[in-house]
Design a protein around this ligand. Structure first.
Ligand SMILES: NC(=O)c1ccc[n+]([C@@H]2O[C@H](COP(=O)([O-])OP(=O)(O)OC[C@H]3O[C@@H](n4cnc5c(N)ncnc54)[C@H](OP(=O)(O)O)[C@@H]3O)[C@@H](O)[C@H]2O)c1
Length: 483
């Protein structure tokens, strides 16, 4: 692997200290960081290199694997540098330029781990000082803007310095091995693809449930809400993985071409559909782990009159030959009963039931892809009950991937960082994909703003509001676990 210079804007921030630098440390311990590489932390704070190293060391101890000691950590420390620069003052970039001088042959990565409002301010001097080489890469942290207009503006500004092939729009969720498993399942096995369509699949559910509340990062979440924070990226990503057409190869462009078609084919939720097909709520007081917990409006940093939603459920439809008539139900929320992420695909009934009884068993075949708390695949089938003449009963075929492979998954952050180093764009989102996602999300927010400015509540520690069960219940289905 070629050596790299990683310029980490926001190098003292929470993400850098908690995730990015410990991830680099672990890859260093795994022998994957070429010796001539460098990591240059950039932020406004006036810090000496020694003070920066001390902070990184503390974080690596806290969040990394094992001690940052003389034998294991010293060689990592030698990669680390720090420069004080202000994205709002392009003149201060001279110091960044000086550190990079003479290393044009080394892969150059600019990681923008600041709020996206700073991206243009950082890219502009990168362009003007000429430190972006033709092969350099820029990594953009999420969230990228707040709507189609702001995301488009940021993307346009970044594009004045970097070509699309150089831009890595990161979403740590996509680096999780569990999120990539459905791709292997669908396209590595003959079994599922012939049935992966209308006529065989009745409906699909995607749930990303959190037990945590707004917490200390409450004010950041409050500016975004569950629709933009979770549905716009994580849930739509999972929807794209489930609904995309088979790509011609595992090459990044082939995969990203197919992925883009899904958000573009989503039926717009506008007008009366916004109220009929979406549920928007805020958690109120309740209980978590047997203890009383406060409601969202009482959380630190959350404005007492905020209307930001902490729960969303919606019904999405994809207007393609493959998916016409197959509903996709999405739900996500904070302070729910369990931390669970799952995709549940429910298949149709057999066309002719030969085992007696009027209707047979309703939709017995289900494929549950568990992403949290553990990476699992469960296929529910009907089998003959022993000792009975021909009585059928649903049974689960379950696979727990960590146990089956006797290996723990690679950390998402490590995986994505190394993909950037290797120049692999497969797991990063294209600009057009963002545009398509925001184009679908924005009208939902506009509809809410017109009709329903004051979200009702749900009890913390529950599975969300009754309206969410009613949304799916109206079509004759139920959320997994409510059956
Ligand atoms: N934290 C997470 O778990 C997480 C998860 C997913 C995505 N993200 C995203 O990652 C980005 C960073 O988040 P964070 O939590 O690390 O934020 P943060 O803790 O507020 O850190 C921001 C960093 O940017 C630097 N900075 C701010 N203004 C600057 C300027 N004008 N010029 C140069 N540096 C500047 C800050 O240092 P100085 O104040 O010293 O300049 C600090 O190092 C955000 O876009 C966030 O949405 C974070």
């Amino acid at each position: 692997m070629q050596a790299f210079d990683l310029v980490l804007f926001g190098g003292t921030g929470d993400l850098a200290m908690r995730k990015l630098l410990p991830a680099l440390f672990r890859r260093h311990l795994a022998g994957q960081i070429p010796a001539d590489s460098r990591v240059l932390g950039v932020a406004r704070g006036a810090l000496s290199r020694e003070a920066y190293l001390a902070r990184v060391e503390q974080s690596c101890r806290q969040f990394g694997e094992g001690a940052f000691d003389a034998t294991r950590g010293a060689s990592f420390a030698s990669l680390l540098h720090y420069v004080s620069a202000d994205a709002r003052q392009p003149d201060s970039f001279g110091a960044v330029q000086a550190v990079l001088a003479g290393r044009e042959a080394v892969t150059r990565i600019f990681f923008l781990s600041t709020t996206s409002a700073r991206f243009a301010g950082i890219c502009d001097p990168i362009g003007r000082t000429g430190i972006a080489t033709p092969d350099s890469r820029v990594v953009l942290e999420k969230p990228l803007g707040q709507d189609l207009a702001s995301a488009g503006q940021i993307n346009a500004q970044v594009a004045t310095v970097f070509a699309e092939r150089q831009i890595y729009r990161i979403d740590h969720y996509l680096g999780k091995e569990a999120v990539q498993n459905p791709i292997a399942l669908r396209f590595g096995n003959l079994l599922f693809e012939p049935l992966w369509r209308r006529g065989s699949i009745r409906h699909v559910q995607i749930t990303v449930a959190e037990t945590l509340g707004g917490g200390s990062r409450g004010s950041l979440f409050d500016q975004t809400g569950a629709l933009r924070d979770m549905v716009q990226n994580h849930l739509l990503q999972l929807l794209c993985i489930i609904a995309r057409e088979p790509p011609t190869s595992n090459e990044a462009n082939a995969i990203r071409d197919e992925k883009l078609k899904v958000p573009r084919a989503l039926r717009p939720l506008t007008g009366a559909d916004v109220l009929a097909k979406t549920v928007r709520r805020q958690y109120r007081t309740g209980a978590a782990d047997g203890k009383p917990v406060i409601g969202y409006l009482q959380e630190a940093g959350v404005p007492a009159d905020t209307t930001t939603e902490t729960f969303v459920a919606l019904k999405a439809e994809i207007d393609t030959w493959r998916w016409a008539g197959v509903p996709f139900y999405l739900r996500t929320g904070k302070r729910l009963q369990e931390k669970v992420s799952e995709i549940v695909v429910t298949f149709d009934e057999v066309p002719h039931w030969i085992f007696g009884g009027a209707t047979g068993l309703p939709s017995p075949n289900r494929l549950r892809i568990g992403l949290q708390p553990c990476d699992s695949i469960t296929l529910t089938i009907l089998a003959k009950k022993p000792r009975e003449v021909m009585t059928l009963q649903a049974v689960d075929l379950s696979l727990y991937l960590a146990a089956s492979f006797k290996a723990q998954p690679l950390d998402a952050c490590e995986r994505l960082l190394m993909d950037v180093v290797k120049g692999n764009l497969t797991l990063f989102r294209r600009r057009h994909e963002f545009d398509a996602a925001w184009s679908w999300i924005d009208p939902i927010r506009e509809g809410w703003a017109r009709h329903d400015t004051d979200p009702k509540g749900y009890a913390a520690g529950s599975w969300g509001p009754a309206a969410s069960s009613a949304l799916i219940g109206r079509d004759g289905f139920a959320w997994n676990g409510e059956l």
